[in-house]
Design a protein. Structure first.
Lengths: 392, 97
């Protein structure tokens, strides 16, 4: 049986699960203007981040590319770039490349327009026109193979690896078998489980993909050591430890369950987008929510499935995030944040397959327009871009 | 109904308790994936989602869950005893190993 969803077709052939006007500040200093525009104009979302100036050139390129990727996301129908004018990011490149993709896009420069209030006025006018322009677009039927699903776990406890991550693993396997794309990350949480992932790499543990998996874990471990500290105290988090996770290895072994069982096709860098890749992929990104959710939305994922045990509530403005809760006690307590109760696996009421099918059915509904809990609450204000160098 | 502890893999020497109110002396039933059951007496107050040893573990021995090492025992651990950061240590991400 073929599975489909109702999506917005984009000029590049991809299908969006949402049809949003993205207001993109090209630098932290443009955030307030971008937010003011977004507050006024319906159908807009704002990427309020903290980067874009006084950084090393490699990081400025990274920020430019992530903001560009966000604008190119299938869930974004049109974009307004809000530039200050003196920032380090290449705001003109963001504008030109989104324009080249065929999407409606505008750019405003705060300094050139004569300051905050004038930029807000010009931005509101531009965003309003974009919102009206894309508002008539209808959803059309898209095959599930057009989906890129991101997966993540956060606020984990010991139920995550034994229930909610198993559910996501079930859905991930099913999607890969249907010809879709699944991307997981959280390189920190490969520590102690990297050999299992490397053995699942296309070409085996000693092939280029297997070696790359070891390499990104090593790179991440060295970054922590370079500042003269080790990860204990930071990973597992205090909440993970209170939830029964005793070591980074235990957290990792539970975390990688969500990637399912299919072969790993390759490793994407943080700024890389999915173009025509299919199957299961890794994105080299840290585990912290603002950075990895941004990285996954930048990948072009139309949706994220997010596992939690302790109860992580946040989503992402342009990528619906479905919360699968492994802990039945947390689910009872936080029902207004959690979309699906995988705690029924822990209590023995349901099997992994049964909850997996419920999650898959919910995924199709969300892709076609049903709001997730965090989406309905607009719980997605804090985003950030993962940079490697210092602020200078 | 018995309080349950789940053992994921045959190689595991710990099981995870999914029950509230487990105190020193509480009896819990360890279940594995094959449906085998064993009742043990818990040593220590074990919160929901935390682990107990399913057999005696020597210092330096690997703590096994999911059939993989999740760290090393830092002191002798007896069957039924609460296992967490007070008696086991991570072996990864440390910088000193």
């Amino acid at each position: 049986m073929g599975y489909t969803f109702q999506g917005y077709q984009r000029p590049d052939g991809k299908f969006g699960a949402r049809n949003l006007v993205a207001v993109i500040p090209s630098v932290i200093c443009a955030n307030d203007v971008a937010q003011a525009i977004c507050r006024q104009v319906q159908g807009t979302i704002c990427y309020t981040h903290h980067q874009g100036c006084c950084q090393l050139p490699s990081d400025l390129k990274r920020v430019t590319e992530v903001l560009l990727d966000l604008g190119l996301s299938p869930n974004v129908g049109a974009a307004l770039i809000v530039s200050l004018g003196c920032e380090g990011t290449d705001h003109q490149r963001i504008y030109e490349e989104i324009r080249a993709s065929g999407k409606p896009v505008e750019i405003i420069h705060i300094q050139e327009l004569g300051g905050t209030s004038r930029a807000i006025q010009a931005g509101i006018d531009a965003a309003q026109a974009l919102a009206i322009q894309i508002s008539g677009q209808q959803r059309v039927t898209a095959d599930i193979s057009h989906l890129t699903m991101a997966i993540k776990c956060g606020g984990s406890d010991t139920t995550s690896g034994m229930a909610s991550n198993c559910v996501i693993g079930y859905v991930a396997d099913k999607l890969v078998d249907l010809g879709a794309t699944v991307v997981f990350g959280e390189t920190t949480e490969f520590l102690g489980g990297e050999h299992i992932l490397a053995r699942r790499a296309v070409g085996g543990e000693d092939g280029p993909v297997g070696r790359k998996i070891y390499e990104i874990v090593d790179r991440m471990e060295k970054r922590a050591k370079a500042v003269g500290e080790d990860m204990r105290g930071g990973q597992p988090t205090p909440g993970n430890i209170a939830g029964g996770l005793s070591s980074i290895e235990e957290k990792s072994l539970g975390a990688i369950v969500k990637s399912g069982h299919r072969p790993i096709q390759g490793v994407l860098e943080y700024t890389e987008r999915v173009t025509d890749q299919k199957g299961l992929w890794i994105k080299d990104a840290p585990g912290r929510e603002p950075e990895i959710l941004t990285g996954m939305a930048a990948t072009g994922a139309q949706v994220m499935m997010f596992s939690t045990g302790r109860g992580a509530p946040q989503g992402f403005s342009s990528m619906p995030v479905i919360k699968i809760c492994g802990n039945p006690i947390t689910y009872e307590r936080m029902q207004h944040d959690m979309d699906l109760n995988a705690g029924r696996i822990i209590t023995g009421e349901k099997s992994i397959e049964e909850v997996g099918e419920e999650a898959f059915a919910m995924l199709l509904e969300v892709l076609s327009g049903r709001m997730t809990k965090n989406e309905a609450l607009s719980y997605f204000g804090s985003i950030d871009i993962f940079c490697l160098g210092p602020v200078i | 109904m018995n309080k349950i502890a789940l053992k994921v893999d045959d190689r595991d020497n710990v099981a995870t308790i999914f029950a509230e109110g487990v105190a020193d002396g509480t009896q819990v039933e360890i279940r594995d994936k094959k449906g085998q059951r064993e009742v043990v007496t818990v040593k220590g107050a074990v919160p929901y989602g935390h682990k107990i040893a399913v057999r005696d573990i020597q210092p330096g021995e690997h703590i096994m869950k999911y059939g993989e090492s999740i760290g090393g025992a830092s002191c002798p651990i007896v069957k039924g005893e609460y296992v967490h950061i007070h008696n086991m240590k991570a072996l990864r991400g440390r910088g000193d190993l």
